[in-house]
Design a protein around this ligand. Structure first.
Ligand code: HEC
Length: 126
């Protein structure tokens, strides 16, 4: 490796040392999570927005497609993280990557609030 910076694919990080980049990433992660936590989800708005998810995940949050997971009662931070991972391209799926293209931070918060609020009862197998 002649010059590590040349290999760095992110222009914002070019010319910076590894430690500095690590610090920036950690800061981005922390602030990313805090801002996600702060963006308060609105249940009613989320219910309305979930109409576009119902073909696959159901308005009740129970999957209608063999390869789609249930969303009902999932922890809100997990839903936010999953949706944002698709938005950032960290997590890829032909269907979800398309779906999240049009979502804003507020949409993500609202949808997560709605699906997380669905009450689930379970029964263990005997
Ligand atoms: C065309 C079908 C389809 C639509 C519409 C759709 N999804 Fe999905 N969704 C999927 C599939 C398939 C997966 C599993 C993808 C994977 O394997 O990563 C998934 C995964 C997810 C996950 C990850 C859940 C987990 O447990 O990891 C979330 C969250 C999610 N969808 C939310 C939504 C929301 C919110 C909407 C509406 C804005 C939506 N989806 C619309 C098909 C769909």
């Amino acid at each position: 490796m002649r010059d590590g910076n040349v290999l760095c694919p992110l222009p914002a990080f070019a010319g910076r040392g590894t430690l500095q980049v690590a610090a920036m990433l950690i800061t981005a992660l922390i602030f990313g999570n805090i801002s996600n936590a702060i963006a308060a989800g609105n249940l009613t708005a989320g219910r309305q927005k979930a109409l576009q998810c119902q073909t696959c995940h159901g308005l009740d949050g129970l999957s209608k497609l063999p390869e789609a997971p249930h969303l009902a009662g999932q922890p809100e931070p997990y839903l936010v993280k999953s949706l944002n991972d698709y938005r950032k391209g960290i997590r890829k799926n032909d269907m979800m990557t398309l779906v999240v293209e049009k979502l804003t931070d507020q949409d993500v918060a609202d949808l997560a609030a709605f699906y997380a609020a669905i009450e689930v009862t379970v029964k263990l197998p005997k």
